[in-house]
Write a protein that binds this ligand. Structure first.
Ligand code: PBG
Length: 333
């Protein structure tokens, strides 16, 4: 048997830098801070202050007043921004999701209420039709039951203008229609919203990990079929680069990869290819995994939060949309 003698040993001992807390802190390469967090909030248009989401233990749907309270809490904790996801009463849903265009609807009202009470917090809002359609899809369906790209663009543009008028800081299209970033950007410019940012869900995969979210916003039970004709195939990575390049050409200010943990390779590739602000979404199914395992006593929740969020920073993300933002900010305080 040949004996393997590491040529550098013992001159190089990797464990020297790891031997004490101070030396580990000193030599650490990436840091998670409160400035990296975007708090994902589910908001609902009813009276009830908070309605627990069964599939997301610890997450409640918030009514308008509770959403404003959460915004104050975020500001006090030093969280830079919120991302809003609406649950609306089923009676307001229709085939085309027309409630998304209602300038006096629930979403613009929440945006206005938060910006009025807490002007210093960044407010991001999902642009997509799924919380508003009776079929649960992100777009408009044609007579062959296909999602009609260009008819959807028209809706998304109007939805974006409604949100911009309400004072949203960041339009976040999560629908994956072709050409939507360009269409929204042109409409924003043409209507005097030149400072409204666009965070594009650029590389968004058709994932089973969105399950709990669909319960949270009430689109899951009604969803017919899957979203594979618009969301990406999880076998692909070059396609994520093409999608991101297009969104940047079309005027996105920030790009996003979603889901997070099963797609760290995509986060790394997107952030190192483009060197533009890159956000990752730690989505509902990732949240659920950590919560269920920690409730069962199999994982330390707080450690799992910090480790997973830090992994996104290590992969190159500049920020993270997460349902854990409040807890993470407490832990980082
Ligand atoms: C759809 C949308 C989804 C999420 C946010 N907006 C996914 C989907 O239903 O396809 C997922 C968020 C999460 O899972 O936490 N417009």
């Amino acid at each position: 048997m040949t004996q393997i003698v590491p040529s550098k040993y013992p001159l190089t001992r990797m464990r020297r830098n790891r031997q004490a807390d101070w030396s580990r802190r000193l030599t650490r390469e990436t840091y998670l801070t409160k400035d990296d967090l975007v708090w994902a909030l589910i908001v609902h248009d009813g009276e009830e202050p908070r309605i627990p989401v069964t599939a997301m233990p610890g997450v409640d749907r918030l009514n308008l007043d509770e959403a404003v309270k959460a915004a104050k809490r975020a500001r006090d904790l030093g969280i830079p921004a919120l991302a809003l996801f609406p649950h609306i009463d089923p009676s307001r849903k229709d085939d085309t999701g027309s409630e998304a265009l209602n300038a006096n609807g629930f979403v613009p009202n929440v945006i206005r209420a938060i910006k009025e009470a807490v002007p210093e917090i960044g407010v991001m809002c999902d642009v997509a039709l799924d919380p508003f359609t009776t079929h649960g899809h992100d777009g408009v369906m044609n007579e062959k039951n296909q999602i009609d790209n260009d008819a959807t663009l028209n809706m998304l543009v109007q939805q974006s203008l409604v949100q911009a008028a309400a004072g949203v800081d960041v339009i976040a299209p999560s629908d994956m229609m072709d050409g939507r970033i360009g269409a929204i950007r042109e409409a924003l410019e043409a209507n005097g919203y030149k400072d409204t940012m666009i965070m594009s869900y650029s590389a968004k995969y058709a994932s089973c990990f969105y399950g709990p979210y669909r319960e949270a916003v009430g689109s899951g039970a009604v969803l017919t079929g899957d979203k594979k004709t618009y969301q990406m195939d999880y076998g692909n990575t070059d396609e994520a680069i093409r999608e991101t390049a297009l969104d940047l050409q079309e005027g996105a200010d920030i790009v996003m990869v979603k889901p997070g943990l099963p797609y760290l390779d995509i986060v790394y590739r997107v952030s190192s290819t483009f060197n533009v602000p890159t956000i990752v979404f730690q989505i509902s199914g990732e949240y659920g995994q950590i919560m269920l395992a920690s409730e069962a006593g199999w994982l330390d929740r707080d450690k799992a939060i910090l480790e997973t969020l830090s992994s996104f920073k290590r992969a190159g993300a500049d920020g993270i949309v997460t349902y854990f933002a409040e807890r993470a900010a407490e832990l980082l305080s």
